[in-house]
Design a protein around this ligand. Sequence first.
Ligand code: IPE
Ligand code: IPE
Ligand code: MG
Length: 241
Amino acid sequence: MLKLVQEGEIPVHVAVIMDGNGRWAERRGLPRIAGHKAGMETLREIIGCADEIGIKIMTFFAFSTENWKRPSWEVSFLMHLPEEYLQKELTTLIKKNVVIKTIGDFANLPKHTVRAVSNALKLTSNNTGLIVNFALNYGGRAEIVEAARHVARKVARDELSPDAINAELLAAHLYTRDIPDPDLLIRPSGELRISNFLLWQMAYTELWFTKILWPDFKKEDFLRAILNFQKRERRFGGIKK
Ligand code: IPE
Ligand code: IPE
Ligand code: MG
């Protein structure tokens, strides 16, 4: 399957909603956090595969602005996961020439999370390989609201005319200002929804849903999604060429 994928067009940017960890654990009679741990292994495998096939950007949804609604013990565990993950993986990621980036509201994360992530951003900032972008405390609506605020402030200061506001200008105020829109979204776990992920950016993203839970999602499943993407005809509102 790897060969077949490599012969086709490789998507530039793939976004993933890492979902189904809790159910994976519950089905095994384990605490939900065991699912989040298992999900980290999947993350490692998928980053390795993305790198191998030459994807340029991977965005992973790790924590949403709505996930604060969960019980405090689960939120607290999730806030320690970036540290745990980076402690294990950062050296390998640096060797792979990976650039770590984040999107989301950084300011409202616990200090220990910010510290670990900032360190990884700094240590990989001069790398030139695969961009691994983590959506942490990210919400599509919050992102658009924040961008609107920035733009409104510029208008209020007379730095910008309301007539100059267009899609490009708004996009330039989003967290994703320096990365292209995702070509493909992968959502495991069987849920058929976007859950407030990259609302603006996914206007023309191809969607791939699978019932497989994130901790069970393997390299082969990832390649299958890419293969399916390669068969799609993207028209962006135009007509068939
Ligand atoms: C995804 O798995 C991880 C996060 C949202 C942080 P879930 O924890 O949502 O797993 P399910 O959906 O309950 O199975
Ligand atoms: C989306 O999953 C958020 C992340 C994977 C980080 P959720 O499990 O929070 O989404 P819903 O609640 O099923 O829509
Ligand atoms: Mg979920």
